[in-house]
Design a protein around this ligand. Structure first.
Ligand code: IPE
Ligand code: IPE
Ligand code: MG
Length: 277
């Protein structure tokens, strides 16, 4: 948080929000469904591409702000396996914008200690997109700051199926396929971004109340925050509000809080209207 407070003016409207954030209880990993670029553009009578371009600025901002706040990992949903259903021209615009921004931002990402990684079937992307992403990954591999996972050509179901197939393939090679029993730990260890803890907080912009095939396995106990803000309008204020909202949540992971009142056997008898045996 200190790096953020250092650059904020005490007179800015974000200052009280930033001061209210408890630096001891930050979400370690934030995942974001960056949605609403098209609608943002539509409201302005602009082509959808203008919304995607504006969305890229929000990407740059959230990376900078998460690094300043001290978040450890940020996973950004950039392109789903279902997004291939969009018109070819839109998909191509997305690749152009992605390459343009990655090339332009890479020196600053390297300098700021950001680690770029990708999750998804990245080998099925156009060759110049794959090579641009590989370049960003290798240039930032030695960095030790914020991990930014870009989910691209990503599908949650595809990821789980890919993980199971890899487990099976390894077992076959070891001649152990017949006795293979797949466990949750094995699946977790074979996901694209294995090793990164599950997201603590999922943010979805533009108000849609769905997961859209994002991180199906990893979101099991993630706190969900949906804002009506379109992605191109999502800035520091929205991020701080999401974190403050997260810090008010009571995460139980299926268990009970220490102060939960459970009943004695006698009280249960009484509730059921039966006499104690
Ligand atoms: C999110 O914005 C970006 C991508 C899916 C690539 P959309 O393009 O989905 O924008 P809307 O939802 O149509 O407004
Ligand atoms: C989810 O948004 C995918 C990304 C943000 C990359 P979509 O716009 O594709 O999701 P739906 O179609 O509204 O579910
Ligand atoms: Mg959308």
């Amino acid at each position: 948080m200190k790096a953020l407070l250092d650059i904020l003016k005490p007179t800015s409207s974000d200052w009280p929000l930033a001061k209210a954030v408890d630096p001891e209880r930050l979400p370690q990993h934030i995942a974001v469904i960056m949605d609403g670029n098209g609608r943002w553009a539509g409201r302005r009578n602009l082509p959808r591409a203008a919304g995607h371009k504006a969305g890229m600025n929000s990407v740059r901002e959230i990376i900078e702000n998460c690094a300043r706040i001290g978040i450890e990992a940020l996973t950004l949903y950039a392109f789903s396996v279902e997004n291939w259903k969009r018109p070819r021209a839109e998909v191509e615009t997305l690749w152009r914008l992605l390459r343009f921004y990655v090339e332009r931002e890479l020196p600053k990402l390297v300098e700021n200690g950001i680690q770029i990684r990708t999750i998804g079937r990245t080998d099925e992307l156009p060759a110049n997109v794959t090579s641009c992403l590989r370049k960003a990954e290798s240039a930032t591999r030695q960095n030790r700051g914020l991990v930014v996972n870009i989910a691209i050509n990503y599908g949650g179901r595809t990821e789980i199926a890919d993980a199971v197939n890899r487990i099976l393939e390894n077992a076959r090679r070891a001649g152990a396929a017949d006795s293979l029993v797949v466990t949750e730990e094995m699946i977790s260890a074979h996901l694209y971004g294995a090793g990164i803890p599950d997201p603590d907080l999922l943010i979805r912009t533009s108000g849609e109340l769905r997961i859209s095939n994002f991180l199906l396995w990893q979101l099991a106990y993630t706190e969900i925050y949906v804002t009506p803000t379109f992605w191109p309008d999502f800035g520091l204020t929205d991020l701080l509000e999401a974190i403050l909202n997260f810090q008010k949540r009571d995460r139980r992971f299926g268990a009970l809080n220490k102060d939960a009142v459970t009943a004695t056997d006698e009280q249960v008898d009484e509730l059921l209207g039966v006499s104690a045996t």
